[in-house]
Design a protein around this ligand. Structure first.
Ligand SMILES: *Cc1c(COP(=O)(O)O)cnc(C)c1O
Length: 394
């Protein structure tokens, strides 16, 4: 397999002006990922600042209720800033610093990645500017203010449909305009090589820990590992160390929104086709002319028309399966986990919980499954109340 691809997917579809920077980044990353000092510094930040390792929690009540395989939750919601995003931004921010960069730029949809990037920038003394669709800024004003508190400047993106994909375009343009002192912290396993590999490596700590933890607690590997998929970083992060374990099923849950038979979903694998966008070849939701289609999910973090190229490859080769979960199923799972285990998951993560609720009862009681709880649900409480027709004071 070519280093910059996963089968036919991935690659580096970028403007000429970025070629030089991309090869600098590739070289710097190849060097630092083997550098003992870099590794020790990152491990220190992940432990002392982000709060790793995250717990692998045996959900006894949920397991009993479902009556099948034992259910374990990988608690990325307990990380600083409330999701797995911090794993990636600390890695990239530290790398940027080593490369002599003084400024980070980032795209954000719901603001989760923007907040994480702003956090890492504050900690590591880097300037930070975040590009966010105007539409998203209105929907997520709390996260806009949060980024400002952290010392980050938020730029409204007024092009296209003024959402995440437009923010990615604008951040890429800004990088082309000003590359010398600037690193673009991409928020998921997407974009041109080396980002899909680099982000995967930074997130693979999730699966390294989970694999070791489940072996300690169960004495054997799980039957399945289940995670939600937007761009795919928490999923590939928890899958990666289990890929060689052929007996472990890897299941990604994408957003079926209002249903796969409506235009209102973000189910890239179920309904998308291969194409080239945002610097990579992968699966994308497209209209019949091949234009990127507008996507929808109740969960802002899954509201992306593409998927990381490594997932496209894992899908084609059959090593991972991808299923689609509707808004309604995810909201019900959100409420279920809150009431059952006292854990309010991010609505993104609730997509994985929803599938696990259907899947666990079909499995042997002696076996186990791991669900990646990619983030905490505080940010979603108001939206869920609205979905249920409850009006609460925000
Ligand atoms: C951003 C986000 C996601 C989706 O991103 P991936 O790259 O697919 O992991 C999922 N869960 C939470 C909590 C998020 O913040």
């Amino acid at each position: 397999m070519k280093l910059n691809r996963f089968g036919e997917y991935g690659g580096q579809y970028i403007p000429e002006t970025l070629m030089h920077e991309m090869s600098r980044l590739e070289k710097a990353y190849a060097f630092y990922k083997e550098d003992p000092d870099f590794k020790a510094q990152l491990a220190g930040l992940l432990r002392d600042y982000a709060g790793r390792p995250s717990l692998l929690y045996y959900a006894a009540k949920m397991s009993r209720d479902l009556g099948g395989a034992k259910v374990y939750l990988k608690r990325e919601d307990l990380n600083h800033t409330g999701s797995h995003k911090i794993n990636n931004v600390l890695g990239q921010a530290l790398l940027a610093k080593k490369m002599g960069k003084t400024r980070l730029i980032a795209e954000t949809g719901a603001g989760q990645h923007g907040v994480a990037a702003a956090t890492a920038a504050a900690l590591l003394d880097l300037r930070c500017e975040v590009f966010m669709g105007e539409e998203d800024m209105e929907r997520q004003s709390l996260n806009v203010y949060r980024m400002q508190l952290l010392g980050t400047q938020v730029h409204p993106v007024k092009t296209g449909t003024r959402v995440l994909k437009d923010a990615v375009n604008e951040t890429m343009r800004e990088w082309v305009r000003r590359v010398e002192d600037t690193h673009y912290v991409i928020g998921s396993v997407m974009g041109p090589h080396p980002f899909p590999r680099m982000v995967r490596d930074f997130q693979s700590i999730i699966g390294q820990e989970a694999r070791q933890q489940v072996l300690e607690q169960e004495g054997k590997l799980p039957l399945a590992v289940i995670a939600c998929v937007g761009g795919g970083s928490n999923a590939i992060g928890i899958f990666y160390d289990f890929i060689p374990d052929q007996e472990v099923q890897l299941i990604g849950c994408e957003a079926a929104g209002k249903g796969l038979d409506t235009p209102h979903h973000a189910a890239t694998i179920s309904r998308g086709r291969a194409g080239i966008f945002h610097g990579m070849k992968s699966y994308f939701c497209q209209d019949p002319e091949g234009q990127i289609a507008p996507v929808y999910s109740i969960s802002a973090g899954l509201d992306y028309p593409g998927i990381g190229p490594e997932h496209a490859y894992l899908h084609d080769t059959g090593r991972a399966q991808y299923v689609a979960v509707t808004d309604e199923e995810a909201v019900t799972a959100f409420e279920y986990l809150a009431a059952m285990e006292g854990i309010i998951p991010a609505i993104e993560s609730a997509h994985a919980v929803a599938y696990a609720r259907k899947f666990a009862p079909t499995l042997d009681k002696e076996g186990s499954i791991i669900i990646c709880i990619s983030g905490r649900g505080d940010k979603d409480v108001a939206a869920i109340a609205r979905y249920r027709g409850v009006s609460i004071y925000e």
